[in-house]
Design a protein around this ligand. Structure first.
Ligand code: ZN
Length: 1009
């Protein structure tokens, strides 16, 4: 009952707030006065904070919420610390206390009443001040406090690198109170803010030779002159030479100066303090005749590229002013700095940009961050809750600017990002708040998809209409808060159209788009009948165009939307010389299948095959063909072709075929797989896939008679992935079924009465293996883990022998420093049922070697070879021991048809290695295992003989892809086996596990998430 009531209240309050915003919009007022002094030795600021807060709402306020965001850097318990680790950055988790930060020495008081403070939401970032007498509508309250701010090292936005101080999200800041109530929120790295407009007076005391870049205007006359002189001096310098040979950092002056900055009607205030800044200034005339100063602050290393910054700033300011409306503030500053949060970060009038090393990228970052003055600074949406508004509109205009400056299709990357996530069924809605989105989806949902959709909207409305609506929004909502409903309403009023397809279906509901050009037929000599089918769930209007061969638009048709599932024909005039007819030719719609929406008139020009690598053109579905080289000891060098479907296409069917010829075996060999994959958008199952695979290689050579035996394996498998709980989706579960049919050639001999052996040729036998498994994995970067519970049933010897095997295998890692971890692997397995417990041929192994991959799951250099390099291959499976010991396939030492159990420990060394390559790890290891002996021939002297252990050192390459191990000490039975190995090199165990890199993992690694 309580929850239903809460739900009802929630809906009602939502309703009221929508009404409230449209009829009785209000906005609170704040005025800050902050004085502080910089202490370089401690990397801290101490000072006094004052805020007067005016209640413009119709409510009496009994509390005021203040953000103390620097406390996010206090310890690992903050939401910021959790999120940074989840996104794969462990630097803060293992930071020294001296590198952390926080704000303290606070004592909030008011001259007019008493305040009591608390942190009812936990943590130390969201402070509630309870008022002893309510703040009536129209009344103001003055609050003040001393403060001491310890600036952390540079992990996110607030931070310092040596004596370069980036003061961002640094002071006690009042939360927004709007028609929905208070909006307290913790600081996050991925996820921005929601600010109340206000006026600021900031007074700084710092060593006299510092330069300061800040929001607002410098009021101190002496410093104005000093800055202007320095900018003039810098303009005359050889800035390229400066980058080549940067001077050392300056020592700080012992004398201090005081600076005063002032800003009006801004929703935040940021400052950057640095002695080593170089400064350039440019004045740009605005359309109204106002002269706008542009300031660029940078360090010597980046001077060669930042000399272009003032020109870039002028161009983008001019562009945004033209599209949106004139820039209203008195200056624009761009600062280069070692920010830890993305390529740049915006604050009112000032932006901070990471080192870039590319002119075009600097231009893009400056345009984007300066553009945020309009979308964030002036049109102030709740960035945390609706990240798509400021990032989406801003990225859309930024892409227009980039196209104007550089041509091409700047949003191609955005579409590819969409396609990649949609194909993996990992996409999340743009309606989600930033902290619910995965790291990659934050880019996709907030930046990429909205900028595509808004570009499509522009194409639909026409650029003049689009811009006039943007200008009307800017006129009406500047220096105010606006949300998705307000935007939709403004666009619908401005265009006179229902734009639910854009603002609801595509931006909020994540409805899938799939428009198809189903049929094209001649209608007389001058018309075409175009049949279009809406195979998706959303119903956007249709943009159809004739294109020329260069991809330029010749003639466009704007067709009305089709309902989901609807098919309709349209008559269009024929156009001679057109190369193609395409729906959405510039790929603005997040269309799931882009291969079904174009027709080429010049058919011969289409590619039938992609040589060497898949085509980056997402309309090209031709298979890729590339030469492939392989090797195993029996077949020798394997040469052939790889033929595979484009891996970035969202096709349900995929295939990879690798026909190969063995140079030594002279046989046609190879492998291949067909996979049907489907992602589901609702229900408990997220994806399922069914695959049929085949492989054939040699597994045995008989030199004497000069023949080789081959195996063939058919594999029919199905796997389903359960839908993770909503949110950032670190825990994944899979259920799978595998059926293997294995055909092995065998040699057929006859012995005569004199015991002479004669070879009669080959026979073959079949056996089958069935596996059912449940796999659980945690992808959290701080504590990755995966576990697999499997049941295996196999039949062999013409069906005479059978077993049932049950196993539990797991791997869990713990990080103890950045990039340093301790890993535990375990395996417990046994046969609840075995028809041949004493002699059965496929036992569990503590040590698995090349002969023990008897179901042909792994890549093995030389199966069944007991000499040379092949002999050293070990398989890290089952017991996971790493000693390269030759032994027979029968049960006995370390092999059991009853039960084995093992744990494998390994750890990175807590020292700095002379080589530091990201994919190499040197680790001591310890393996401990037990096997239950059922072999009639093996007599164990004591029960302790059934316990194996081994201690050594291994080099891991590519996170399990390959390992080289060397044993130092093991139990006696193992030591005795190793005694024969006189050659030092023969004592190394080598493991190769190509299965450790799944396609999914490879993609994640390549895109960096
Ligand atoms: Zn942005």
């Amino acid at each position: 009952m309580k929850s239903i009531l809460a739900l009802l209240l929630f809906f009602c309050s939502g309703f009221l707030s929508v009404w409230g915003q449209s009829s009785d919009y209000f906005q609170q007022q704040s005025r800050y006065e902050i004085h502080f002094r910089l202490n370089e030795a401690q990397h801290s600021l101490s000072g006094h904070w004052k805020m007067s807060y005016q209640n413009q709402s119709a409510d009496s306020l009994t509390e005021i919420w203040i953000h103390l965001w620097p406390n996010a850097y206090r310890n690992n318990g903050s939401p910021f610390a959790h999120q940074l680790a989840e996104n794969g950055d462990l630097s803060f988790q293992f930071a020294a206390d001296s590198a952390r930060g926080g704000i303290d020495s606070l004592d909030f008081s008011s001259p007019s009443q008493s305040l009591s403070s608390s942190f009812p939401l936990g943590g130390q970032e969201m402070l509630r001040l309870e008022l002893s007498s309510p703040l009536a509508p129209g009344d103001s309250l003055l609050i003040e406090s001393p403060f001491h701010l310890k600036v952390p090292a540079s992990f996110s936005r607030l931070g310092h690198q040596k004596q370069y101080y980036q003061l961002c999200q640094w002071y006690p800041k009042v939360a927004v109170y709007d028609a929905e109530g208070w909006h307290p929120m913790p600081y996050l790295d991925q996820g921005e803010f929601y600010g109340e407009f206000g006026d600021y007076d900031i007074y700084i005391e710092l060593p006299a030779n510092y330069w300061v870049a800040a929001t607002g205007q410098l009021q101190t006359a002496a410093e104005q002159k000093r800055l202007a002189d320095w900018a003039k001096a810098c303009a005359k310098m050889d800035l390229i030479g400066l980058s080549v040979d940067p001077p050392p950092s300056l020592p700080s002056d012992s004398s201090f100066k005081q600076l005063h900055y002032q800003a009006k009607n801004v929703q935040d205030f940021a400052l950057f303090l640095n002695k080593d800044f170089y400064v350039l200034k440019k004045e740009m005339p605005l359309a109204t005749g106002r002269k706008l100063p542009l300031w660029a602050f940078f360090e010597a290393e980046e001077a060669y590229i930042w000399q272009l910054a003032p020109d870039f700033m002028e161009k983008s300011t001019r562009y945004y002013s033209k599209v949106m409306g004139e820039y209203p503030y008195p200056q624009i500053t761009a600062v280069q700095g070692p920010l830890g949060a993305g390529g740049g970060m915006e604050y009112p009038m000032i932006t901070i940009i990471n080192p870039t090393s590319s002119k075009k990228y600097l231009d893009l970052l400056l345009a984007h961050e300066i553009g945020h003055n309009w979308w964030y600074g002036i049109l102030a949406s709740n960035e945390r809750k609706h990240p798509w508004i400021d990032e989406g509109f801003n990225s859309y205009i930024e892409s227009r600017y980039m196209q104007q400056e550089y041509g091409g299709q700047p949003l191609r990357q955005a579409y590819l990002a969409y396609l990649l996530q949609a194909q993996r069924n990992e996409e999340q809605s743009s309606a989600l708040p930033s902290d619910s989105l995965s790291n990659f989806n934050y880019y996709l949902a907030a930046y990429a998809k909205p900028s595509l959709i808004l570009s499509y909207l522009e194409q639909h409305l026409g650029q003049p209409k689009m811009d006039s609506i943007l200008q009307a929004i800017y006129e009406k909502w500047q220096f105010k808060h606006l949300g998705p409903q307000e935007l939709q309403r403004e666009f619908e009023q401005g265009s006179g159209q229902d734009l639910g397809w854009c603002f609801q279906e595509l931006l909020q509901d994540k409805k899938r788009v799939d428009l198809a050009l189903a049929k094209l037929s001649n209608l007389g000599s001058d018309s075409l009948l175009v049949q279009i089918q809406n195979k998706g769930q959303a119903a956007p209007p249709i943009f159809l165009a004739y294109m020329n061969e260069e991809g330029e638009l010749l003639q466009a048709f704007k067709l009305p939307p089709l309902a989901a599932g609807e098919t309709k024909s349209f008559r269009i005039p024929k156009l001679a010389h057109a190369h193609s007819l395409e729906i959405d030719p510039f790929a603005y719609l997040p269309d799931y299948n882009r291969a079904n929406q174009q027709r080429y008139f010049a058919r011969s020009k289409r590619k039938r095959i992609n040589l060497l690598y898949p085509s980056p053109d997402f309309t090209n579905q031709a298979p890729s063909v590339a030469p492939i080289i392989g090797y195993n000891a029996h077949d020798g060098l394997l040469l052939g072709l790889g033929v595979y479907s484009n891996p970035i296409f969202p096709k349900n069917w995929r295939y990879q075929l690798y026909p190969l010829v063995g140079t030594s075996s002279e046989q046609l060999l190879g492998q291949g797989q067909f996979t049907f994959h489907k992602g589901l958008q609702k229900g408990k199952i997220k994806d399922y896939q069914i695959s049929l695979g085949y492989k054939r290689y040699s597994y045995f050579s008989r030199e004497r008679y000069n023949y080789k035996l081959q195996y063939q394996r058919w594999r029919l498998a199905a796997e389903l992935a359960l839908r993770p709980k909503a949110g950032r989706q670190f825990r994944r579960q899979y259920i799978g079924l595998e059926n293997l049919l294995i055909r092995e050639e065998e040699e057929n001999f006859e012995r005569d009465s004199l015991n002479n052996i004669s070879y009669l040729g080959k026979t073959a036998s079949f056996r089958s293996v069935h596996r059912l498994y449940y796999r659980w994995e945690n992808r959290h970067p701080l504590a990755p883990a995966n576990y697999k519970l499997a049941l295996e049933f196999a039949q062999y010897d013409q069906g005479q022998e059978q077993y049932l095997k049950l196993s539990l295998e797991g791997q869990k890692d713990w990080y103890y420093a950045v990039g340093k971890k301790v890993g535990l692997r375990f395996f417990f397995g046994g046969f609840p049922f075995h028809s041949d417990r004493d002699f059965g041929a496929y036992p569990l192994h503590l040590l698995s070697r090349n002969a023990h991959d008897y179901h042909y799951d792994n890549y093995v250099l030389g199966r069944n070879i007991q000499s040379g390099f092949s002999e050293q291959q070990v398989l890290i499976k089952e017991g996971g021991f790493k000693l390269p010991i030759a032994n027979a396939q029968a049960i006995g030492d370390g092999r059991s048809n009853s039960f084995i159990g093992a744990i494998n420990l390994r750890a990175d060394l807590p020292i700095r290695l002379p080589f530091r390559l990201p994919y190499f790890r040197l680790q001591p290891y310890f393996d401990l295992g037990y096997f239950e002996n059922t072999a009639p021939s093996l007599q164990l002297d004591s029960p302790a003989d059934a316990i194996f252990y081994d201690l050594g050192l291994l080099l891991d390459i590519g996170d399990g892809l390959a390992q080289i191990s060397y044993s130092f000490y093991s139990n006696e039975r193992l030591r005795n086996y190793m005694k024969d190995k006189n050659n030092f090199w023969a004592r190394f165990g080598i493991s190769i596990n190509l299965n450790s890199w799944s396609r999914e993992k490879l993609t994640d690694e390549l895109i960096g998430f």
